[in-house]
Design a protein around this ligand. Sequence first.
Ligand SMILES: Cc1cc2nc3c(=O)[nH]c(=O)nc-3n(C[C@H](O)[C@H](O)[C@H](O)COP(=O)(O)OP(=O)(O)OC[C@H]3O[C@@H](n4cnc5c(N)ncnc54)[C@H](O)[C@@H]3O)c2cc1C
Length: 284
Amino acid sequence: MSKVIIIGSGPAGVSASLYTARAGIETTIISTGYSALKKAEKIENYYGFEDPVSGSNLEESGINGAKRLGVNVIEKEVVGLSFEDTLVVKTVDEDLKADGVIIATGSPRFVPKITGITQFEGKGVSYCAVCDAFFYRGKDVAVLGDGEYAVHEALELLPVAKSVTILTNGKPAPENVDDNIIVNTQKINSLTGDERLSGVEFYDGSTLDIEGVFIAFGVAGSADLARKIGAITVGKDIQVDENMATNIPGLFAAGDCTGGLLQISKAVGEGAKAGTQLVKYLRK
Ligand SMILES: Cc1cc2nc3c(=O)[nH]c(=O)nc-3n(C[C@H](O)[C@H](O)[C@H](O)COP(=O)(O)OP(=O)(O)OC[C@H]3O[C@@H](n4cnc5c(N)ncnc54)[C@H](O)[C@@H]3O)c2cc1C
């Protein structure tokens, strides 16, 4: 039986799962559980509710409805996506194979406001270790972040870089860090350099020489996951065709992560389309 993994349990991911599960396809939703929908206090512009409904109630009913149809919902963080003779979704502690994947991870994750990040994008600042590690072989690099995703990116860099430092920018050090990875918890003032990034300056005036900084705050966002597998992104949005398909066979995307109108109705509609089109793709 075909297996589908949907990343995200917001309106887009859950809507997609209703179509794949009802088509008899083994469907698993993987989600951290923190969605935009949960933050919406009162919704009064979505079809079918006489009175305003809270985002968390709407989300809970959606997930329960999917579970009733047999969808397996797992609370876990996805840190990577790859193609190894089949699609592989990498979570914090295991790799899961799938015949089809839908990215429904909402709009992008937080990028810290540190002077120099935008200036050095593509000139030492990267958002994807697996894509860019090769360019930093033998060099001193850093990962900006403080969670599981930052640790995962640091481990990707470790075999190729001269040294890898996790910079938490004032946050506590993450747990379970490999002994070969340095952790620096100082607050960052700016990224420095001329044409290219060459270092980091901390608030106390001290500096660290590095040639690459990989941004990995929070959890991997939609564009991060897309880039890791070579799916085309336009800025922070995943590029899809009229069937919600990306350029990678079997990989679809839906909801806020494809850009445009960031509303529940659009996420639900795109989820339905991605789900039905993925079913068609798997039956071919
Ligand atoms: C404060 C606020 C109020 C809003 N009010 C309204 C409103 O009144 N009406 C309206 O129509 N819209 C409203 N919205 C917008 C609406 O919530 C979004 O458009 C909608 O939730 C998008 O759905 P989605 O499924 O694309 O993404 P989301 O709802 O953001 O869901 C994304 C899912 O992906 C998961 N995820 C992300 N990254 C990972 C990862 N690396 N690993 C595993 N899981 C991951 C998250 O846990 C989550 O389950 C509001 C949004 C906010 C923030």
